[in-house]
Write a protein that binds this ligand. Structure first.
Ligand SMILES: C[S@@+](CC[C@H](N)C(=O)[O-])C[C@H]1O[C@@H](n2cnc3c(N)ncnc32)[C@H](O)[C@@H]1O
Length: 261
């Protein structure tokens, strides 16, 4: 009997941000195939009997190529296993979940998705900075700051440099200089507030509040390393406004490493 694959979003790191469905699916797993961003606390929720297969990709260091990951999923399901494919955040936001699902479908393997809390939502709830806010941001745009080796960033700068929306940049830490320069060249003010959060919702979370014309320098000086999410736009100004209520939002001891905004 062929098994099946659950494509599960594990959320941004805090195990309490897993959905009930994700927890139930994980509890059924014979095999857990997991990414680098899945926290150890979440992995520990796997059944004792499950085999754990790491396939994490670090930036510029693809430990397991995507083709190989696809094949592992097919082989494990064909062996009759219930496979929990655990991904950080949501599997359908910069997560290649749909690529894996398409490959599995071509091999007649059943796939069920489970949504996860994406990093942007985790950051918003951890910091109290909303992604939209009446009078500050009428919408939000999610983009990747990752680029193929030796290629320029393929971003629509004119559309992104909109002062009335919030811009969330995933995978942008290596290219934040190019991103901030591109946005300013297309009209976004250098004084636009920017927040960078590393390892949001985990005990290792670090926060930096800066502005567009200083974010590259501040990010490097603070030594922030991936995973880092950038939130760019007027909503970040609410971070300081919410300072007094922050204690009630925080789950862990966190560090504010700079506050220039
Ligand atoms: C390959 S993408 C995966 C995104 C994921 N599918 C999601 O929905 O959040 C990896 C990027 O997500 C962001 N990210 C994921 N988890 C994060 C966290 N806990 N804190 C900050 N950024 C995070 C970072 O920008 C990281 O480089």
């Amino acid at each position: 009997m062929t098994g099946k694959v659950y494509l599960i979003g594990a959320g941004p790191g805090d195990p309490e941000l897993m959905t009930l469905r994700a927890t139930r699916m994980l509890s059924e797993a014979d095999v857990v195939v997991y990414d680098r961003l899945v926290s150890p606390e979440i992995l520990a929720m796997s059944p004792d009997t499950a085999r754990l297969i790491p396939v994490g990709k670090a930036p510029n260091c693809h430990t397991v190529p995507q083709d190989r990951i696809n094949q592992i999923l097919v082989d494990e399901a064909r062996a009759g296993n219930v496979v929990a494919r655990l991904k950080g955040g949501d599997p359908l936001i910069f997560g290649r979940g749909s690529e894996e699902a398409a490959y599995l479908a071509r091999h007649d393997i059943g796939v069920t998705y489970c949504p996860g809390i994406t990093a942007a939502q985790g950051v918003a709830s951890a910091t109290g900075v909303p992604l939209t806010h009446r009078g500050l941001a009428t919408g939000v745009q999610y983009v990747t700051g990752h680029r193929q080796a030796d290629k320029a960033l393929d971003l629509d700068w004119a559309r992104l440099a909109n002062p009335d929306t919030t811009l969330v940049v995933y995978m942008g830490v290596a290219n934040i200089g190019e991103i901030s320069t591109g946005l300013m060249a297309h009209g976004l003010g250098g004084d636009t507030p920017v927040m960078a959060i590393a390892r949001a919702t985990t005990p290792q979370e670090r926060r930096l509040v800066s502005r567009l014309d200083r974010i590259e320098r501040d990010t490097h000086e603070a030594g922030l390393h991936a995973p880092v999410l950038f939130v760019i736009g007027k909503v970040v100004s609410l971070y300081t406004d919410f300072a007094l209520s922050r204690a009630s939002i925080d789950l862990f001891q966190r560090e504010v490493i700079a506050a220039h905004a």
